[in-house]
Design a protein around this ligand. Structure first.
Ligand code: DOR
Ligand code: ZN
Length: 330
């Protein structure tokens, strides 16, 4: 038994730089036709020149002609001329509230001061991708940020806003209220809850931002995805950190799921009896929402057990050591 996926896309991916980029990029380019590349590098990707340079590095590391690196620019206030120069080179601009996660120190501190740039983005049809967490109690951060989404969606009705990596039932409710809003959801937020992270012995490999929430939140995300929601697309948020930065005091946030994403999604969709929706979740909805025409690439999953390696170089993958029912055909 096998599944053929046409041009699967990962709509939210961290690739890093240097040796880490060299190590992880091929794992995504092997099984995806494209990915939306996050700009939260140590020095954020916040200029047309940085976008160009980073894209070249990714293409060299990824070694695949049939892969599109959909670049994002790190949100700051930009002039019309800057946006005009970069518009055709990016898929969108990623907004981080300042200090909310890895590499976000130069993010937005004052949401009242960004209207000019958002209006330009709306006019130029540049999507806004958002890490939607506020600075309050960790389990309520996404919920507290929803009022910002609401204001943005109403003030800029022609701006395509993407709520990245949603984790709560309330986020699904808000998504349903605005046609100009889409969302990505990760594999791990469909699989785990906070219990898996800290309910027993603490699991640093499952620590990420936003943190996994309650069973009822996971239920709502699953219900939305398995009902074929037309504005929720797959974004892995695969975020590699070397093992010594995870298994230490002050564990870095991030789950490295790139090499296991498609086999694990197949398992999850099969268990839900909705394998018929996998193609749209991993490609068609994103193409539709963003107007993409990704490289043609067929990825075949076969029902052949595969044991996830314990380590890929210095990085421990999501599901390390587990035996999965599906594997990617060579
Ligand atoms: O868990 C996370 N890791 N969440 C983010 O928002 C950033 C990411 C990273 O870059 O490590
Ligand atoms: Zn991310």
């Amino acid at each position: 038994m096998h599944i053929v996926l046409n041009s699967p896309l990962d709509m939210h991916l961290h690739l890093r730089e240097g040796d880490m980029l060299q190590a992880v990029a091929p794992m995504t380019t092997a099984s995806f036709a494209g990915a939306v590349i996050m700009p939260n590098l140590v020095s954020p990707v916040d200029s047309p020149a940085k976008v160009r340079r980073y894209k070249e590095q990714i293409e060299a590391a990824g070694k695949s002609a049939s892969f599109a690196a959909y670049m994002t620019l790190f949100f700051r206030n930009y002039s019309r001329a800057e946006l005009a120069a970069v518009r055709k080179k990016i898929i969108g601009i990623k907004l981080y509230p300042a200090g909310i996660t890895t590499g976000s120190d130069s993010g937005v501190t004052d949401f009242a001061s960004i209207g000019g740039t958002l209006a330009l983005m709306e006019e130029m049809q540049i999507p806004l991708l958002v890490h939607g967490e506020a600075g309050g109690f960790v389990l309520d951060r996404e919920k507290e940020f929803l009022e910002v989404y609401l204001r943005l969606a109403e003030s800029f009705p022609n701006l395509h806003i993407v709520m990245e990596h949603i984790t709560t039932a309330e986020a699904v409710d808000l998504l349903d209220c605005y046609q100009n809003v889409s969302a990505t959801v990760t594999l791990h937020h469909l699989l785990i809850t906070l219990d898996d992270v800290i309910g027993g012995l603490m699991q640093p490999d499952l620590f990420c931002k936003p943190i996994a929430k309650r069973p009822e939140d996971r239920r709502r995300l699953r219900d939305a995805v398995f009902s074929g929601h037309q504005r929720i697309m797959f974004g892995s948020d695969s975020a590699p950190h070397p093992r010594h930065k995870k298994e230490c005091c002050g564990c870095a946030a991030g789950i490295f799921s790139a090499p296991v994403a498609l086999p694990m999604l197949a398992e999850l969709f099969e268990d839900a009896g909705r394998l018929d929706l996998l193609q749209s979740f991993v490609s068609d909805i994103a193409c539709n929402r963003y107007g993409l025409q990704p490289p043609a690439k067929q990825v075949i999953l076969e029902k052949k057990p595969w044991q996830v390696p314990e380590l890929y170089g210095k990085v421990k993958p999501f599901g390390a050591g587990q035996t999965l029912r599906w594997s990617i055909a060579a």
